[in-house]
Design a protein around this ligand. Sequence first.
Ligand SMILES: Cc1cc2nc3c(=O)[nH]c(=O)nc-3n(C[C@H](O)[C@H](O)[C@H](O)COP(=O)(O)OP(=O)(O)OC[C@H]3O[C@@H](n4cnc5c(N)ncnc54)[C@H](O)[C@@H]3O)c2cc1C
Ligand SMILES: *[C@@H]1O[C@H](CO)[C@@H](O)[C@H](O)[C@H]1NC(C)=O
Ligand SMILES: *[C@@H]1O[C@H](CO)[C@@H](O)[C@H](O)[C@H]1NC(C)=O
Ligand SMILES: *[C@@H]1O[C@H](CO)[C@@H](O)[C@H](O)[C@H]1NC(C)=O
Ligand SMILES: *[C@@H]1O[C@H](CO)[C@@H](O)[C@H](O)[C@H]1NC(C)=O
Length: 543
Amino acid sequence: MLHRMGLLARLALSTLGLHFASLHLVDASAVQAPLGVSAPSKRIAIVGAGTGGVGALKALIGDLPEEARQGWEIVLFEQRRDVGGIWLPDPNPPNPPELPETPLYPRLLTNTPHPTMTLPNFPFRPGTPLYPRHPAVQQYHRDIVEHWNLSSYIKFNHEVLETRWRGTSEAGRWQVAVRDRLQNETSVSQFDHLIVASGHNHYPFEPIIPGRDLWEAGAPNRKTLHSIYYRQPQDYAGRNVVVVGGGASTRDIAQQIAPLTNSTYVSLKPATIKKPALPFPPMPGTENKPRISHFTSNSIVFTDNTTLTHIDTIVWGTGYELRIPFLTAGGHLDIVPTQTDQDEHLSTNLRRVHPVYQHVLSLDTAYPVGALYFIGLPIFVSNAISDAAQGLFAAYTLAYPELLDSRGELYADLLADETRLRADGYDCAYIGHRIPGDGGGTRYQDGLVEYLQARGLGGHPGVPRGRKFTEQWRVFGVDYITSLKKGWVRIESRGEEYVREWLDGVETEEQWADLMERLVKWEREQEEEEGSYDPLAYTGPEP
Ligand SMILES: Cc1cc2nc3c(=O)[nH]c(=O)nc-3n(C[C@H](O)[C@H](O)[C@H](O)COP(=O)(O)OP(=O)(O)OC[C@H]3O[C@@H](n4cnc5c(N)ncnc54)[C@H](O)[C@@H]3O)c2cc1C
Ligand SMILES: *[C@@H]1O[C@H](CO)[C@@H](O)[C@H](O)[C@H]1NC(C)=O
Ligand SMILES: *[C@@H]1O[C@H](CO)[C@@H](O)[C@H](O)[C@H]1NC(C)=O
Ligand SMILES: *[C@@H]1O[C@H](CO)[C@@H](O)[C@H](O)[C@H]1NC(C)=O
Ligand SMILES: *[C@@H]1O[C@H](CO)[C@@H](O)[C@H](O)[C@H]1NC(C)=O
């Protein structure tokens, strides 16, 4: 038996295409279990210890009852030294074209109030400012691990290189090649299920615009770089910069550098994805421009035919490509521009992985439904709570596979969702995992949990009975995002003492929810008093 396993493993390895001198095998099934201890009934690998991976692990260990996961072996592989994902700083300055491990820059604050960035009933630490600097968010991930005692499941400094299904559409196992970064050793182990939470802010996307090479070569001091490399505003002192893109962190970068540059322009494309059109007045010290049409050797030409000739720096805040290299290396994620309604195998068009049921469950016919889950694909959602819903879906369908409808039914549901989106004017291949529409994120995560509720799981740990998954106060926090931010900025401008007064005694989730409600009312009163109150700026219903 032992001999046979060894042979199988060696055979498999030879087709892996890995050429590491220090390759050694870890195959738990080949190791003789001590008498009386049975081999694990399921082996589950999670990739990534950002919000998504930690959220999935918490669902498996913190929510799923112990008897439902008896004998499971769960390993979370994280290539970096700690939890937090993008919120964990990279101590080394970026060195293009090498990709940094995170787009995080030292002055990054959250752009959402932290109570909306939590798992259910587990708020940030007391005293955390409503829009904290990044270390509070990383600490929050550590606190999750400590609270639910998750650290023994996590292997840090372990990079997943390749995942390959060994089996059929009915049965088999994942063969997972992992490199221990500290030892520089690669090993291969077997898992029944794979949960991918590797994030989508890691592979920069830069648009192809005619003439760019000409422009770059046109003068020695010109440089262009993607926002993933942005760190310090001082690097832009005295320069003439075009920041391309209108996302939250891109706007933040423009705002940070504007006081130090000689000139800063923000190039915005017209909204192509249907979403509430946010008016973007130019930020102080910056000027808005439309999209770049093309370059010449001495100028940047915009789509309104205006040109700029004095620019020396371009920051591409143009987002990221959705790549999952270890799936691609294993032959399980083709990169294709055109996806179809008949796709049998998983592919990415760099914006969308397809076919994936509800952004969480791969429907690839190479392996059984339930072999591959994704956590954290959705965009335009509050991540942690969406990850929590996905985690519950994964945990309970892993424990009770009979809850999963057939591949055919799930595929039909996926196509029905896409048909609905198309009827609303969305291009599904383009919007990818962006969840559109007012309240879309809430409906999405509620829907995932409703899947479990409809199958009798209401009242099981983590799955509410008789109510929606998303708490009402979270909806409030998203609806009033603009006035919450304005209110909090106003409070911080009045000094630390004032901030402390607001945070004093706020500890529980309920108290944070109450603080957000008080803040919206207070901000409105302030604005009414100073005569600046604009009812249209209030995105939600009456507070
Ligand atoms: C600059 C910036 C600011 C943001 N600000 C906010 C905000 O204010 N509010 C908000 O709600 N959201 C914000 N977001 C969105 C943010 O991405 C999510 O909130 C969330 O942190 C994503 O978590 P994740 O786990 O999905 O991915 P990530 O944080 O990217 O985590 C993925 C993890 O997987 C690991 N990994 C990847 N590949 C491998 C491999 N092969 N082997 C082992 N490990 C691997 C990575 O090292 C990483 O730790 C921001 C994003 C960016 C880029
Ligand atoms: C890691 O090991 C591989 C294969 O043995 C070798 O090629 C590579 O140079 C090593 N890397 C480091 C950083 O030691
Ligand atoms: C935490 O995990 C350790 C190691 O697995 C275990 O010994 C300990 O009992 C756990 N503690 C709790 C509170 O679950
Ligand atoms: C500074 O910016 C202005 C445009 O605001 C531009 O005309 C001028 O050439 C720039 N000066 C330098 C030294 O870059
Ligand atoms: C820009 O210039 C081109 C070529 O001269 C012209 O065809 C086009 O209509 C102009 N566009 C605008 C917005 O002025």
